[in-house]
Design a protein around this ligand. Structure first.
Ligand code: OAD
Length: 259
């Protein structure tokens, strides 16, 4: 069985991570779609870092849920498997999915990278401790600006070129990382998939729909797991209108038994 799974924020929702477009997505009355942009960072880097810092903290305090566990189980049983996730959290990895079976197409929130050159570093260094921006910053050359509140956010500057450091995620309007795109293309080039599962995403981006359709073999399954309709729904061979943590364990058990 050759499998592609595509996930979005809905898969982490039951771990307590707010989705982008859901009602809990707003932060301090601000729309994440307007914070996750190069323009917002240029205008107010401290505000954008505060948002990402809070999200890092929340992710560190969260646990993978039954949906993450089911996907890791499917990866163990499939002959060939790739997860393409739009999620920048580490919950798939913490559920036991090996890095080589996963593409984080929108980046990794625990990476801090230079906004100008190629310098980057892991924000948390594999430790289960919540990352603090101070910890990240201590490794670079630091300049603190306007520490005001309890959760002080110091802006960090690149030790190589002195530009502002930023979260290692893909913002609206930015290109997808080339190396990760190549990994997706390579997987497609090696053959079509018997099963494609798309879970917890509004499938807003055209490439998500394209990949799901491109990957599916002519008689393969395209299973959508989402309580709500999306632009992908019309193409699905199976629609599962349930939360991912309920639906995915059942779907995976059926697939594992039947193949
Ligand atoms: P969204 O917030 O757009 O959508 C979350 C989806 O999950 C919605 O379709 C919900 O119906 C669904 N959902 C909610 N709870 C669920 C649950 N318990 N089980 C299953 N599904 C559930 O998140 P994404 O589609 O991931 O990109 O957003 C895609 C991208 O847009 C993000 O990666 C981010 C964002 O802006 C960038 O920042 C580039």
């Amino acid at each position: 069985m050759r499998v592609l799974v595509i996930t979005g924020a809905g898969v982490s929702a039951e771990s307590g991570i707010p989705t982008f477009r859901g009602k809990d997505g707003y932060w301090r009355n601000l729309d994440p779609a307007k914070l996750a942009t190069p323009e917002a960072f240029a205008r107010d880097p401290k505000l954008v870092w505060e948002w990402y810092s809070e999200r890092r903290q929340r992710i560190c305090n969260a646990q993978p849920n039954a949906a993450h566990a089911a996907i890791a189980k499917l990866a163990r049983h499939a002959d060939e498997f790739l997860l393409v996730t739009q999620n920048v959290d580490d919950l798939h990895a913490r559920a036991g999915l090996p890095k080589e079976k996963m593409v984080q197409i929108h980046g990794d929130i625990f990476v801090t990278k230079c906004s100008r050159c190629d310098f980057s570093e892991e924000g948390r260094g594999g430790s289960p401790e919540p990352p603090t921006d101070r910890a990240v910053l201590q490794r670079g050359r630091l300049r603190s600006i306007a520490p005001t509140s309890e959760d002080i956010i110091n802006l960090a500057y690149c030790p190589e070129c002195d530009a502002l450091m930023r979260p290692g995620v893909v913002w609206f309007g930015e290109q997808l990382p080339w190396s990760e795109l190549q990994r997706v293309e390579n997987y497609f080039d090696r053959g079509p998939c018997d099963v494609v599962i798309v879970a917890g995403t509004t499938a807003t981006f055209g490439y998500i729909i394209d990949w799901a359709l491109q990957a599916r073999a002519p008689h393969g399954e395209l299973i959508e797991v989402n309580p709500e309709e999306t632009p992908l729904s019309q193409f699905a061979t199976q629609l599962v209108r349930e939360p991912a943590a309920i639906a995915l364990p059942k779907i995976v058990d059926e697939l594992v038994v039947s193949r």
